[in-house]
Write a protein that binds this ligand. Sequence first.
Ligand code: NBP
Length: 477
Amino acid sequence: ARAEIGVTGLAVMGSNLARNFASKGFVTAVHNRTQARTDALIAEHGGDGDFVPSTSAEEFVASLVKPRRIVIMVKAGGPTDAVIDELAPLLEDGDILIDGGNAKFQDTRRREAALREQGIHFVGCGISGGEEGALLGPSIMPGGSKESYDSLGPMLEKISAHVDGEPCCTHIGTDGAGHFVKMVHNGIEYADMQLIAEAYDLLRRGAGLTPAELADVFAEWNRGDLDSFLIEITAEVLKQVDAETGQPFIDVVVDAAGMKGTGTWTVQNALDLGVPVSGIAEAVFARGLSSLAEQRAASKDLPGPAAAGSVDDRDAFVEDVRLALYASKIVAYAQGLDEIIAGAEEFGWDIDLGAVARIWRGGCIIRAKFLNRITEAYDSAAQQPASLLLAPYFTDAIAGTQDAWRRTVVFAATNGIPAPGFSTALAYYDGLRSERLPAALIQGQRDFFGAHTYRRVDRDGSFHTLWSGDRSEVATD
Ligand code: NBP
């Protein structure tokens, strides 16, 4: 046995990850259920590094030095369990099984607990960056035991993306913490994409910019606070011209956004944890609405605003939208980080938010310059800010967007251009700022119809008003 790491599951992600390990000098064992994939990898890339191919799980396991480190890179769900069931009986105390697929963190918790009983370290490992990331350096979010990270971490750090010399990989927390953080990462990605899409829509429909002009606008934005992979590729997509029709590419694509589920999981878990991730939820809902082909077709003639507002100063409008996007993006990140804090509390993880932001700076889809600021906000604070919005840098940043953000939301509403991400982010911000919320009225209603009781502002305890009696108040505890 001489392989230092093994990869099983050699579809696009697995083979790229195996190639990444091999290119960093690790002797890499490779295995796939269907032999043809292993053969293809060796035929095409066998010369790029030291690979040890195998034709069976037994041979694969036997080719690894102990403690064995095996990355499973198969379709998430049942296939992952099938591979674990096949490998676990072949493993020994102290071996490490890593699931690099997009698993639900609850599954990871279950698998980790079961394998721990057998003395096997199970590491649920979020990997972001798609095919190219897997090959050239992804952002890696491993969970599992601290002990497993001591053995595995240096290898993962070596194959991860690097920014300013620092690896985009850190031990996130025990059991399912890595997959949980990867899930929230994807939720934030949904929000980020939706906000960029809204900016595009407002500038195009509201101010009449062409896709080519918009490509320049986004390229320009990419040189400032919004500097990020998603803004960069937005400029590229908008620049693209369809070869067949000569139309802008964006105009020949059906406007129904697809999704694979991780955004939905983020929102489902936020609901379970009671965290208002409204920006992420709106992004998921907006994709859902875009796909309602029949309802949308039938709704075309519903009335809209009588007179559309016009944009007199195009440059000023572009700047307003940029600031609205920046503010809304900060809110989406604040909400996602709140979900991580709540998850950590619920499941007993010790998660360093500054480190999470640091490993998102490279390799992954939401990589952005502004993540440096998030890291600074958490690393430099003597006490963790109660919300990202309360970290001084971000409080100031949002303060600078105020009027533009509000004008943009007003413009969207006045012109009948949907901007659910911008609007909900602003409502969330104003909700947090409000000294009194109408929730007091909701408490009154709940007490009226369901005797759900309420607390008073002036003394402790729970109270109920005898609404159908003499309307006097009684203390209930
Ligand atoms: P797929 O998700 O398409 O899975 C294909 C692989 O799973 C093949 O190797 C296949 O083996 C194997 N497999 C299946 Br399906 N059922 C199996 C079973 N019962 N036993 C053993 N192997 C089985 O591959 P992918 O797109 O490379 O993604 C791999 C993982 O990485 C997924 O969990 C995905 O969500 C995650 N991920 C993907 C991306 C991305 O950008 N694509 C990014 C980050 C994470 P076979 O060759 O024998 O059919």
